[in-house]
Design a protein around this ligand. Structure first.
Ligand SMILES: *Cc1c(COP(=O)(O)O)cnc(C)c1O
Length: 430
């Protein structure tokens, strides 16, 4: 469910609104391309997920929902969720800084990631994050040395790679044995023992994250069973494994995909695995919280009807603004903001202005007749949209807007060309 819906506009014709704000109004005031997020949708998605887990696991279970910041790292988005109690799952110093700046308490920040530098680890220790997820032996040793130098004893979890395939696309599958993420089960036990005996490390648990846009609970359940059994084995050896971090990965409903499992079904599955196993649980949802809370609003620059038949619509958003179609062949529903009641549909290729053949949002998409200046919305763009944006082709990053009821705020302004040029210095030998 989301809060983008058709309502009559000033002329009486139906058009797309975000909560109580017309998208056309935002485009007029802020310009395009612009990402628009609905705070009611963000809140609702978090609350539904939290309530489902609470209900399934009971009031006494210690649960941390750490929003995976990489899905959408805007401060206002993070704050909307952290105000409801969300923590943050982070994969870089930059993301830790963003989470803290948005008001997430350090003791609700998890630091994950396959390549954390010494400087990043030292930073995480200095601010006192809740948990650092270790992905290799050398990282364990490096963290131990840094912690000793800084006189700290961070809580660590070992990221296990449970060797299950899951996720909507090869590029977002992370839990197979040959992926770069995490360590094997054997290795994880060894590292756990090592961390447990290290004077400057506090081994608290195990972590996993097997993929993204997962539409089937079966691989998640088998990964969670593996985690539980590993924790049981380690406890039998005398280690008090107190926390399991179950990662994110639950799919969001995209228009072309089967509906992902509901939060209630997911929570019931988690309860099936952990009802009789007393352990604190952490979750790292990203996409499912933010994907359908955002749209990318763009304007048709030009329409190009080839004599041979293909019809191209060139919009003012490009793959630098929304990379998912180029990177993952991802599908985003595209629609004109104004309904254009009953206009006949034609097949269009919707493309961006970037000098790359891959800069295509949709091929042969059935759309009502689109013309220059028309506003178009790309739906379900709240996750891995703005956060993957770049300035390729020297294009300013898209602006971002947050709507709440009848109000909206620019939560990231579009940089000016002066801003962009000011970051560079001409070499003094030129
Ligand atoms: C990306 C990531 C997530 C979030 O994944 P979603 O599919 O967006 O839920 C969670 N945990 C880790 C470690 C990640 O890398």
């Amino acid at each position: 469910m989301n809060h983008f819906e058709d309502r009559p506009g000033p002329s009486g014709e139906g058009e797309l609104w975000c909560e109580d704000v017309r998208l056309a109004e935002i485009a007029e005031q802020v310009g395009t391309p612009v990402y628009v997020y609905s705070s009611a949708t963000l809140r609702r998605h978090y609350q539904v997920f939290r309530d489902a887990l609470r209900q399934a696991l009971g009031p006494d279970r210690d649960i941390l929902i750490a929003y995976a910041v990489k899905a959408n790292a805007n401060l206002s988005v993070i704050k909307t969720l952290s105000d409801l109690g969300a923590g943050a799952d982070t994969v870089s110093e930059g993301e830790i800084r963003r989470a803290l700046a948005a008001g997430v308490p350090a003791d609700r920040v998890i630091f994950s990631g396959v390549g954390k530098t010494d400087a990043e680890l030292a930073f995480a220790l200095s601010v006192g994050v809740a948990e650092i997820n270790i992905e290799s032996e050398s990282e364990l040793e490096r963290l131990g040395q840094i912690a000793a130098r800084l006189n700290r004893r961070p809580a660590v979890a070992i990221r296990v790679n449970p060797d299950v395939g899951a996720g909507g696309h090869a590029k977002i599958t992370t839990g197979k044995a040959d992926s770069k993420f995490g360590v094997s089960l054997m290795e994880a036990k060894r590292l756990y023992r090592r961390a447990s005996t290290h004077a400057n490390l506090n081994a608290v648990g195990l972590a996993c994250h097997i993929g993204s846009q997962i539409s089937d609970l079966t691989p998640l359940e088998s990964a969670f069973v593996t985690m539980r059994e590993m924790a049981r084995d380690l406890r039998a050896e005398g280690f008090p494994v107190s926390r399991l971090d179950l990662g994110g990965g639950l799919g969001a409903p995209y228009a072309d995909a089967p509906d992902p499992p509901s939060p209630a079904d997911y929570a019931a599955m988690v309860a099936r695995v952990f009802a009789k196993f007393d352990v604190n649980l952490a979750f790292e949802p990203g996409r499912m919280l933010v994907a359908n809370a955002g749209v990318l609003l763009t304007r048709v620059i030009t329409r190009h009807d080839r004599p041979e038949g293909r019809k191209f619509v060139v919009v003012d958003a490009g793959m630098n603004d929304l990379l998912r179609p180029s990177l993952y062949d991802a599908y985003h529903a595209i629609r004109p903001v104004r309904q254009g009641n009953g206009a006949p549909l034609e097949a269009f290729d919707v493309v961006g202005p970037i000098c790359e053949t891959g800069d295509i949002f949709a091929k042969d998409r059935s759309l009502p007749n689109l013309g220059e200046g028309d506003l178009v919305a790309m739906l379900s763009a709240g996750a891995y949209g703005a956060s993957m944006g770049s300035e390729y082709n020297a294009r300013p990053l898209a602006a971002e807007v947050l709507v709440q009821g009848a109000r909206f705020a620019v939560i990231r302004r579009r940089p000016t060309y002066e801003d962009m040029l000011a970051r560079e210095t001409l070499a003094d030998f030129l």
